[in-house]
Design a protein around this ligand. Structure first.
Ligand code: F6P
Length: 360
């Protein structure tokens, strides 16, 4: 294999703070190593449709603190199952991976950096299995990708959620209310747990620990007996209702969207605890805004490492943080299982030790 002259980068899946920091780091370190960088627009959709442009120094100047992604992204487009047209209301899907691979060749891209979460990394693995030279960079506010201590974007989301809990405390205490905060995280409870602990949440509900309404009401009553007439409940959007399922709906595009568990919890708690209850759904505020210093630095380290992996010919790998070092793991290993909160781990037992209830 001769020296690589041109690499590509795309951002796939939901946006998250730190994407631009990776784009900047990849572009600058690749330029430093004498390679050109192609930015593929709109995630994997742009790869199928051949939307790309060369990135120069001007493109990446000033983007380190900016949220979102200058390349655009999509959490729908999968080249292996791509919507090619509609018949009436029905989307028709086809395998367009061959087109994606041909487009890489047309762009002159000899190696591709895929910055994405679980879904995008699965696609990256598929392209790698089909012979593309791919390196993955794990991003997601959900922190549910294996093979790394943490994904970038998570810290920023936890800061946003913690600030929300701090603010909700004011009204909870002043009005003697139960305030329920629903946070994102898909089917993992990392955001709820880490923000809930940092914000001193009284009850934390996560998908990994089954809860009951009786359990939640009991912990609120105990607090009342100790003279605390308010409570903060932090609930992960993927928390599973007693004896049931997470609360979700199917979008117009046919995807399952989690959300609404906070409202159900609030209704049940109000009925049982006889305390006025209000709900806040934090939603996409958790994905927006400027990345935290931790995320900027992690994203920068991942970006530089991704280019190093390309220069070393280590394809099919994902950058990874094993504190304090940045390393790499096979993408296949990272996506083999979703990373969830260990219910008996140190974090949960620490929270329990300071009086936090998990509603169980
Ligand atoms: O994976 C990131 C995430 O924000 C999840 O926490 C959430 O369930 C989902 O994306 C929301 O997706 P969308 O932006 O399509 O509503």
């Amino acid at each position: 294999m001769g020296a690589i002259k041109r690499i590509g980068i795309l951002t796939g899946g939901g946006d998250c703070p730190g994407l631009n920091a990776v784009i900047r780091a990849v572009t600058r370190s690749a330029h430093g190593a004498g390679m050109e960088v192609v930015g593929i627009m709109e995630g994997f959709g742009g790869l199928v449709n051949g939307l790309w442009r060369l990135l120069d120094e001007k493109d990446v100047t000033g983007i380190l603190p900016r949220g979102g992604t200058i390349l655009g992204t999509s959490n729908r487009d999968n080249p292996f199952n791509y919507c090619v047209r509609y018949e009436g209301d029905q989307p028709i899907f086809e395998d367009c991976s061959e087109v994606a691979l041909e487009n890489l060749e047309k762009m002159g891209v000899e190696a591709l950096v895929v910055v994405g979460g679980d879904g995008s990394l699965h696609i990256a693995l598929g392209l790698s299995d089909r012979g593309a030279r791919v390196v993955g960079v794990p991003k997601t506010i959900d922190n549910d990708v294996g093979g790394t201590d943490v994904t970038f974007g998570f810290d920023s989301a936890v800061i946003t959620a913690t600030e929300a809990i701090d603010k909700l405390h004011t009204t909870a205490e002043s009005h003697h209310r139960v305030m329920v905060l629903e946070v994102m995280g898909r089917n993992s409870g990392w955001i709820a747990l880490m923000a809930g602990m940092a914000g001193g949440g009284d009850v934390i509900l996560i998908p990994e620990i089954p809860f009951t309404f009786v359990g939640i009401a009991a912990s609120i009553s105990e607090r009342r007996e100790r003279g605390k007439r308010f409570s903060i409940i932090v609930v992960a959007e993927g928390a599973v209702l007693p004896g049931g399922e997470p609360v979700s709906r199917v979008s117009a595009a046919g995807t399952t969207i989690l959300g609404g568990v906070g409202e159900v919890v609030a209704r049940e708690v109000e009925a049982r605890a006889s305390l006025e209850t209000r709900v806040t759904v934090l939603g996409h505020l958790q994905r927006g805004g400027s990345p935290s210093p931790f995320d900027r630095n992690l994203a920068t380290r991942f970006g530089v490492k991704a280019v190093e992996l390309i220069l070393d010919g280590k394809f099919g790998m994902m950058t990874s943080l094993r504190t304090p070092d940045i390393g790499h793991v096979p993408i296949a290993e990272a996506v083999a299982a979703r990373k969830t909160v260990p219910p008996d781990g140190d974090l949960v037992s620490t929270a329990r030790a300071v009086g936090t209830s998990f509603g169980d």
